[in-house]
Design a protein around this ligand. Structure first.
Ligand code: F6P
Length: 370
């Protein structure tokens, strides 16, 4: 029995990921099938409360079947997103030039009322889902979360959409680097995204037959990394591939941060080049670095991610129809089910050090720098 739902809002928050548009399309089709209307809030929640930036209601986009036609395979999000969109801590410029984090959540809630939205489907990572959960509590808004991140670091779901696409691209890149590394007898360092969890580095490194994989969960010793390179050299393997997650860190050290803005997560970067310089100094082998960065966020979603995204979107609508709220749809093979938002929000799912993928990597002779 539908619980008096007529109009639902959709928001996409945080870093984009391949599959977002597939979720949006499934939500629109499933909702329209039930006689519900769907509206997209532009750029996280900005479109519903930053009226000066979106005049004449342009921050809200009616999402019809026509509007979502042919978007399943498109990367990005047709309603936009932001990494600076926490309305509870909105960065407000002050007269003295400083930035003050200001609670503007009540304006978002007021916007919901003005537009007559009966529920929200929030598509995002741990940060965005936490915001949605807090909005739901303060504004008594019905909300369903859809887990999104290429980092695959959300609790409660076996996978997030975007991850398979990122790993597939990174693996192809590593394959390409094998040929140039071997031709030039070089060490190639490949830096991938992964702030606090090394899922992309681990999966792409193993699939791409890397020689060293460095992840945030395992602080590394650069001398041990260098010894692995020298060991290969002595065995006549005059090239090596090192895959590093941007958030990896040396034993006793910290992650490589290049920027920290108020109202925005710190930006990681620079680790690949640092490791390349250290390896070249320690091994006297020519070493180069390639940073895949946002290439991992773009592009068309893989078939796995398209299907997972469509499943998540339709499941979110069914959850509303069943009267659910404050839950996240999650992949729990062979099905998609709902778990409380608290089990996902404000949490990070790290790579378990006893997982079989790490055991497999070690059995394949891959070093984790320890
Ligand atoms: O959380 C996803 C993610 O891609 C991280 O892996 C990365 O560190 C971050 O977003 C980059 O954020 P931005 O797009 O703001 O640079």
């Amino acid at each position: 029995m539908a619980h008096e739902i007529r109009r639902i809002a959709v928001s996409t928050g945080g870093g984009d990921a391949p599959g977002l548009n597939a979720v949006i399309r499934a939500v629109v089709h499933a909702a329209n099938k039930r006689g519900w209307e769907v509206f997209g809030i532009r750029d996280g929640y900005n479109g519903i409360f930053l009226k000066e930036r979106y005049p004449n209601g342009t921050g809200i986009i009616p999402l019809t079947r026509e509007r979502v036609r042919g978007i399943t395979h498109l990367g990005g999000t047709i309603i936009g997103t932001t990494n600076r969109g926490n309305p509870f801590k909105y960065p407000m410029p002050q007269p003295d030039g400083t930035i003050k984090e200001t609670d503007r959540a009540d304006e978002v809630i007021a916007g919901f009322r003005e537009h007559g939205f009966d529920a929200l489907i929030a598509i995002g990572g741990d940060g965005s889902l936490s915001i949605a959960n807090d909005l739901a509590k303060r504004g008594n808004i019905r909300v369903i979360g859809v887990p999104k991140t290429i980092d695959n670091d959300l609790e409660g779901t076996v996978a997030t959409f975007g991850f398979d696409s990122a790993v597939s691209f990174a693996t192809e890149a590593i394959d390409r680097l094998h040929s140039t590394a071997e031709s030039h007898h070089r060490v190639m360092v490949v830096e991938v995204m992964g702030r606090t969890a090394g899922w992309i580095a681990l999966h792409a490194g193993v699939a791409g037959t890397a020689d060293v994989i460095l992840i945030p969960e395992i602080p590394y010793d650069i001398a041990i990394v260098a010894e692995k390179i020298n060991e290969r050299e002595r065995a006549g393997r005059h090239f090596s591939i090192i895959v590093v997650a941007e958030g990896a860190m040396p034993k006793g050290g910290t992650a490589s941060v290049i920027e920290k803005e108020l109202g925005k997560a710190e930006r990681f970067g620079g680790l690949g080049e640092k490791i390349a310089a250290q390896i070249q100094a320690l091994t006297n082998k020519e070493t180069r670095c390639v940073v895949l960065g946002h290439l991992l966020r773009g592009g068309s979603p893989s078939a796995f991610d398209r299907l997972l995204s469509l499943r998540f979107g339709a499941a979110a609508v069914r959850a509303l129809e069943e009267g659910q709220s404050g839950v996240v749809v999650v992949l729990d093979p062979p099905t998609v089910r709902y778990i409380p938002m608290e089990q996902v929000a404000h949490r990070v799912r790290h790579v378990p050090l006893d997982c079989d993928t790490i055991a497999t990597a070690k059995d394949l002779g891959i070093s984790f720098g320890i």
